[in-house]
Design a binder for this molecule. Sequence first.
Ligand code: NZQ
Ligand code: ZN
Length: 389
Amino acid sequence: MIENFIHDIPTKYYFGKDVIKHLDEELRKYGNKILLAYGGGSIKRIGLYQKIIDILNTGNFEYTELSGIEPNPRIESVIEGVKLCREFKCDVILAVGGGSTIDCAKAIASGYYYDGDLWEMVKGPRSLKKSLPLIDILTLSATGSEFDGVGVISNLDTNEKMGNSYTYPRVSFCDPTYTFSVSDYQTAAGSFDIMSHVIEGYFSDSDDSDLADDIAESILRTVMKYTPVALSDSDDYVARANLMHCSSIACSGIPEYGKRKVPWPCHSMEHELSAYYDITHGAGLAILTPRWMRYILQKDAKTIKRFSRFARNVMGLMGEDSYDLSIRGIEAFEEYIRSTSLPMTLTELGIDDINFEKMALHANRNQKLKASYVPLDEKDIIEIYKMCI
Ligand code: NZQ
Ligand code: ZN
């Protein structure tokens, strides 16, 4: 069975070295007054900030700045950004950074036109009609925020981290050289996030959408090939370029076209970890994903077919016994994660079981994980969290 799908990604996507030379012409299409949004300073350290300021000054753009957007961006930054945009009467937002900065900018873009409490907007069902135009310059390969409409915003007061769809970037500039400076930890975590975006949809009952499954497997193999290269030589252009390309496609929906849509269980469980403990998203996923794999393999024998395919096509293993192959595939996957030096347990991150029940309830709000490939309830989720200790 191949499900109907719609391809509708309106983002103009510039990829490669020096694509920033098109920034002036793209900004100009949307106006003259710009909110320049960025994170904690990495763009200054790599000289990108100065390059952008030079382009803005040479082009006689007017701009104001929102700096200090946090990893796991907070509602407070969204509120501040909306205020700045309204006061300055912004025409366009220019977000420069990783997924956190771009996500925050998306919520600001929609929040600009939102009449009401902005945290309610973040939590609410999407009823957002208008957004300011958003242009981004990506500096970390991970989330795919450069090529999707989603933003994820945190509220540390209520221990909630909520995704919503806001707006697609009008234009994304993806120059892999800007990712040379990404730390090993963020490189490994970001790469795992890319893989997770594919894995979440790949493990499903749909077996007939060959192209989707082949794209997914190819992304997984590519990320496993180039992450170690980027970790051993951070300036390897081919590695950084492949990871960036994978980042954008993995979360775009393309690897799931034609397949039955499933909720993303590892993402649901991870967002709770980030909401309570403010951990790096990709690191949380790397801990959860192999445990979730082992758990659903034991829970439902129908998964053997998929897991043995994963073992063959992604991990490159062979064997006659499908169950044995499935187990070895997960073990090889864990070995790969370990080789990237990511943490393998929650304990390493200082997390114990004290909040597991609350987290499981919230991860499964509205019973949403019932529609997973292998349906999960709160008990299942708590078991998976426990396996991560
Ligand atoms: O803040 P700065 O100084 O820029 O430093 C950042 C930050 O400390 C640093 N960094 C970024 N580019 C760099 C760099 N350091 C050196 N050189 C560079 N070129 O890396 C750290 C992490 O940045 P962040 O933006 O938080 O990482 P990432 O891109 O992984 O984004 C994570 C956020 O995106 C959400 C996650 O939940 C998390 O909140 N997600 C967004 C999604 C989406 N929009 O579709 C989907 C994902 O599943 C995910 O949930
Ligand atoms: Zn993710």
